[in-house]
Design a protein around this ligand. Structure first.
Ligand SMILES: NC(=O)c1ccc[n+]([C@@H]2O[C@H](COP(=O)([O-])OP(=O)(O)OC[C@H]3O[C@@H](n4cnc5c(N)ncnc54)[C@H](OP(=O)(O)O)[C@@H]3O)[C@@H](O)[C@H]2O)c1
Length: 234
């Protein structure tokens, strides 16, 4: 299989797990995030197991770096999967949300998802094939206290994905939104909202579910995948 997947936020957590599992499933993978050393270590792990991958250090809040990601990725393979996974959350009272924190969450979680998807759509249209995956959250479906900017970014992401899905059906491009509850990843390091890690969703199992959804055969599209702990939200 020579199909390739671009994964943003591939240096950690869900993105790292997805990169490894997509490679194991036979896809070439393009790893994008800011932390070059972490990406190189993951690339080494993938190559040791016989996988093919490309590291493109990218700050997705910078549009010219997304242009570079596009050029490098399209030179590497046919990009049939784009996973908009890079993201961050800052949790505090609404009165304490700074403009910088608002902007960083909207820029990385929402604006970059638009720009990165847009970068690969023309190519997917030409091949009449593709999947755009949006790593959303249960926070894209329901409001939560101390989470206004994060929730706003994820609601925006859901609107973006829902609209793209309707527009791109005729091009055979599948749009998949993933809405997990709390997952045990470095996302929670250093946050004051510290739920018990051992009770969170397992990142490996989540990535397995996502890879399974991406690989649905024929005319199947898993449009939305909502994954919560059996016990529900924290
Ligand atoms: N963990 C959860 O409970 C949970 C639940 C629902 C949804 N999600 C969503 O899942 C996604 C992945 O989160 P995670 O849990 O895996 O968190 P994580 O371990 O903190 O990983 C976040 C990733 O985003 C990348 N990133 C952040 N800012 C970036 C930027 N400006 N440019 C490029 N990459 C950037 C980070 O890479 P660098 O720092 O190397 O740039 C890192 O690879 C996020 O969209 C998050 O909202 C997480």
């Amino acid at each position: 299989m020579s199909e390739a997947a671009v994964i943003t936020g591939a240096s950690s957590g869900v993105g790292k797990s997805l990169a490894i599992q997509l490679s194991e499933a036979g896809y070439k993978v393009v790893l994008a995030a800011r932390s070059k050393n972490k990406l190189n270590a993951i690339a080494e792990e993938i190559r040791k197991k016989g996988g093919s991958c490309l590291v493109v250090p990218t700050d997705v809040s910078q549009s010219e770096q997304i242009d570079n990601l596009k050029e490098r990725a399209l030179g590497f393979g046919d990009i049939s999967i784009v996973i908009n996974n890079a993201g961050l959350g800052k949790f505090c009272k609404i009165e304490e949300v700074t403009i910088e924190d608002w902007d960083s969450q909207l820029d990385v979680n929402l604006r970059a998802s638009f720009l990165v998807s847009q970068a690969f759509i023309s190519d997917m249209k030409q091949r009449e094939k593709g999947a755009l995956v949006f790593m959303n959250s249960v926070a894209g479906k329901k409001g939560y206290p101390y989470s206004a900017a994060y929730v706003a970014s994820k609601y925006g992401m859901r609107g973006l994905a829902d609209s793209m899905r309707e527009e791109l059906r005729e091009n055979n491009i599948r749009v998949i939104s993933i809405h997990p509850g709390a997952v045990d990843t470095p996302f929670w390091d250093g946050t004051e909202v510290n739920f018990p890690r051992e009770e969170m969703l397992d990142v490996h199992t989540l990535a397995q579910s996502i890879v399974h959804a991406i690989q649905s055969p024929g005319n199947f599209t898993v449009e939305e995948l909502v994954v919560r702990r059996t016990a529900g939200d924290f």
